[in-house]
Design a protein around this ligand. Structure first.
Ligand code: HEM
Length: 178
């Protein structure tokens, strides 16, 4: 069974769980974010934004949990053996950004929702029409951060697939339950 904390070669139960829950939540936040932004009908937009904001707030809370976990309770396993210096540097940068940017994106999204006065409509059933989010100076940065996250996720998956070709199974086992 996977240990709670990570070892030199394997991520622990908490890290593995956070990784896969975060993967699902991030995909949901990005999907519902674009869907909401592209929807005109008010009721549909509210419903999509509720799903989007809920997934996004869970990303925010889980990101904070993850940072606390790594800072105080766990230590990362060593790099995959035999991976080149260049690959390690790229993977390290992508991993860091995939922790920092969801935190930033979710914090910006929460700020937009609060500043624009959309919270009562989104979370408390108020029948106040949604604001035009583009009036917020943070709306553009929120969309840009989301797109950068999407590109990073694609690079992350491509790197993982490349690792599978070069060293079958070695990587996947590190970040899965056993
Ligand atoms: C990491 C977490 C998040 C990601 C990846 C994300 C992603 C996105 C994406 C992809 C869009 C559409 C961007 C575009 O079309 O330019 C969007 C829009 C938006 N997001 Fe987020 N978001 C996150 C968190 C949040 C949170 C926590 C909230 C609020 C509590 C929020 C509120 C909004 C709002 C109000 C919009 C504008 C919708 C519109 O223009 O109709 N987001 N987000």
């Amino acid at each position: 069974m996977t240990e709670i904390r990570s070892s030199a070669t394997q991520y622990g139960l908490v890290a593995v769980s956070i990784h896969w829950i975060m993967a699902i939540l991030l995909c949901a936040a990005i999907y519902f974010g674009f869907a909401a932004a592209g929807t005109k009908a008010e009721a549909d937009k509210v419903a999509l934004l509720q799903l989007h904001a809920t997934a996004g707030i869970c990303v925010l809370l889980l990101s904070l949990t993850r940072v606390t976990w790594w800072l105080f309770f766990d230590k990362k396993p060593e790099s995959v053996p035999d991976s080149s210096k260049g690959r390690r540097a790229i993977a390290g940068t992508v991993h860091f950004l995939l922790i920092a940017l969801p935190l930033l994106g979710a914090a910006i999204g929460t700020t937009i929702a609060i500043q624009s006065g959309a919270i009562p409509t989104l979370f408390f059933g108020a029948s106040i029409p949604l604001p035009d989010f583009w009036e917020s100076a943070l709306r553009l940065p929120h969309g840009i951060v989301a797109r950068v996250i999407l590109v990073l996720v694609i690079i992350h998956i491509a790197g993982f697939l490349l690792g599978l070709v070069l060293k079958p199974k070695a990587q996947f086992k590190r970040i899965w339950f056993r």
